[in-house]
Design a protein. Structure first.
Length: 61
């Protein structure tokens, strides 16, 4: 059975896990209304995608 010969230090263990975190979410500006939106998604504020209206915008928001 494979058994480690030396204890892996906390520093070395954490260095290995340094790339496991989730990437921060990116946002871009909507060209129609200027609000922040996720790339390749419908704008929540104005309801447009790729220069055309896809859903009606909420007046309450």
């Amino acid at each position: 059975m494979a058994v480690p010969k030396k204890k892996i230090s906390k520093s070395r263990r954490n260095m290995r896990r340094a790339h496991d975190s989730l990437p921060s979410s990116t946002n871009e500006e909507c060209p129609n209304c200027g609000e922040q939106k996720r790339p390749h998604h419908i704008c929540d504020a104005c309801g447009q995608y790729n220069g055309r209206e896809v859903v009606e915008a909420d007046d309450a928001a």
